[in-house]
Design a protein around this ligand. Structure first.
Ligand code: AMP
Length: 308
């Protein structure tokens, strides 16, 4: 069982989709990552910050799923990070209606001693300086450091982002972000350009069109499972990252071949995430459902063509 350290937001989200809307519910990148990873045998911990308005039952919920919360700082009198978004009829499009940083604005992460030797470090989408600070606090270089980021940091903190990208082994970003980061339209060229910036592995997520893993001139493609029910895409990218790193921490194998499996595990968990609002589906998910869907992934992609 490998140690997985997760850094990212633990938040309140308010979400509107064409199918309904929520008041403040549990959200945040680290939340989705950790809940997804909790479906694997890992020793995982979150580094984050919340205000004292954050319900204790959520922290207890993390602990019940084996997630160490000692690295989640609770700021007395502080307010938890809040994000509000509205999806269009095309669920690939969303507008951010509110981002209230609150306690995140002055967050100085402190990695608890026991987690400074994690095997896998998962840097969820956050200010690159916070991500860098966590990298610097690690005692040994983790076997694998994975970075998730977004276009906001490319626009606002490009130099800091470049420094983080230079220090990680894997980057996961979506296709438009890969194009923006590299200045290349072709995703093959974009991945090549991003390799030059540091990461040996580049994962490009294409939403309902699947995900690509690039490494050393090789490409692996995982489809997204065609789903009957798509309700709320919030957190799908983070859930992918949680399935990806949770599986790698469990198997303790970071070969290219196993990273290919990890992309399938990430895509599999993301397919559940979108079926309900927020974290609901991830928290009511069992091993059998996960395994059945892995089988569907296999069926979807297997074919038998003889190439002469
Ligand atoms: P995703 O749908 O994968 O982009 O992730 C959605 C999650 O990211 C939500 O639960 C939000 O709380 C969180 N989030 C939204 N905006 C930001 C931001 N600027 N920095 C960090 N986390 C954010």
């Amino acid at each position: 069982m490998g140690k997985l350290l997760i850094v990212g937001t633990v938040a309140f989200d308010a979400i509107e989709t064409p199918f309904g809307k929520t008041d403040k519910i549990l959200g945040g990148a680290a939340t989705f990552i950790a809940l997804a990873a909790s479906h694997y045998r890992t020793d995982s911990a979150i580094v984050s910050v919340v205000g004292d308005d954050f319900p204790k039952k959520y922290l207890e919920g993390f602990r019940q799923r084996g997630i160490d919360t000692s690295g989640i700082e609770v700021v007395p009198g502080g307010k938890t990070f809040f994000w509000k978004g509205r999806y269009h009829n095309d669920l690939n499009m969303r507008d951010t209606l509110a981002t209230e940083l609150n306690v995140l604005a002055d967050f100085k992460p402190v990695v608890p001693g026991a987690h400074r030797s994690a095997d896998i470090l998962m840097l969820g989408n956050l200010h690159p300086d916070i991500q860098l600070s966590v990298i610097d606090q690690m005692e040994d270089r983790p076997k694998l450091t994975v970075l998730d980021t977004m276009n906001y940091w490319m626009d606002h903190t490009p130099d800091e982002l470049a420094r983080v990208i230079g220090k990680v082994d894997v980057i996961t970003i979506n296709d438009e972000e890969a194009r923006q980061l590299s200045g290349e339209y072709s995703l093959v060229r974009a991945a090549k350009a991003i390799h030059q910036m540091g990461p040996r592995y580049v994962v490009i997520k294409k939403g309902e069109n699947g995900a690509l893993l690039f490494h050393d001139g090789q490409i692996f493609f995982a489809p997204a499972l065609p789903l009957e029910e798509i309700f709320d895409p919030t957190g799908a990218g983070d859930t992918f990252a949680g399935g990806f790193t949770g599986y790698l921490a469990q198997t303790k194998n970071i070969s290219f071949n196993n990273l290919r499996n990890a992309v399938i595990h990430g895509s599999n968990l993301a397919s559940f995430c979108v079926e309900r609002f927020g974290t609901e589906r991830l928290t009511h998910l069992n091993r059998q459902e996960i395994d059945e869907r892995l089988d569907r992934f296999r069926e979807l992609t297997q074919f038998d063509i003889e190439v002469k």
